[in-house]
Design a protein around this ligand. Structure first.
Ligand code: AMP
Length: 214
């Protein structure tokens, strides 16, 4: 299975990508997570990426393409791409890389969610730094505000989930990433649209139905 998950920040790409990867036994490649890991480890790449991420801007294409090239070859031919590609240049770079590896995409899944819901999902998101449990102060709050139900650790907010940066990230999506939907519509790879404003299980079921061979 080789699939791209497209959608605005907060559309549920991470959640659905993880479920899909587990179900099909393939790797989920999230460029956002790879970058956050590089930032945590303080690598040169992490240090360069951090200032873009904190501002809600995109990390330069050459940095991203170099990173993806490293992981894609080792993914054993199957993968779920989450948060990549995000620009036309990245999409073209991915095409070249897939051609080199003699691989074809099965589908592009577009998760659609209204902007007011996206803002609440992102600005309300809190996560546990210890066990990685994720909450939302509007939709799925912990029993005690600010404390993880699972392990009792103090919950944290992602640096780029504050209201101003969220607005910027959504603008960047509209301007730079949404045009990829047209790009893939013209490419011959099937593009499937999913209503992302439903419970996690319902979105999962909708995706499963769309990926079933006809
Ligand atoms: P995400 O976790 O996918 O929302 O990504 C968080 C941040 O990482 C984004 O706001 C960007 O600054 C950066 N980032 C992640 N993936 C990419 C990408 N494919 N191209 C450029 N920047 C990216």
């Amino acid at each position: 299975m080789r699939v791209i998950l497209l959608g605005a920040p907060g559309a549920g790409k991470g959640t659905q990508g993880a479920l899909l990867a587990k179900k099909h036994g393939v790797e989920r490649i999230s460029t956002g997570e790879l970058l956050r890991e590089a930032v945590r480890r303080g690598t040169a790449l992490g240090q360069e990426a951090k200032r873009y991420m904190d501002a809600g801007e995109l990390v330069p294409d050459d940095v991203i393409l170099g990173m993806v090239r490293e992981v894609l070859g080792g993914a054993g031919g199957g993968f779920i791409l989450d948060g990549f590609p995000r620009t036309l240049e990245q999409a073209e770079g991915l095409d070249a890389l897939l051609e080199e590896l003699e691989l074809r995409l099965d589908a592009v899944l577009v998760l659609r969610v209204d902007e007011d819901v996206l803002v609440k999902r992102l600005s309300g998101r809190r996560s546990c730094p210890e066990c990685n449990a994720v909450y939302n102060i509007y939709f799925d709050p912990p029993a005690v505000a600010g404390v993880c139900d699972e392990c009792g650790a103090k919950l944290v907010e992602r640096a780029d989930d504050d209201a101003d940066t969220v607005r910027r990230r959504l603008q960047v999506y509209e301007r730079q990433t949404r045009p990829l939907i047209d790009y893939y519509e013209r490419s011959g790879t099937p593009v499937k649209y999913i209503d992302g404003d439903q419970p996690v299980e319902a979105v999962q079921a909708a995706i499963a139905a769309m990926l079933k061979p006809a």
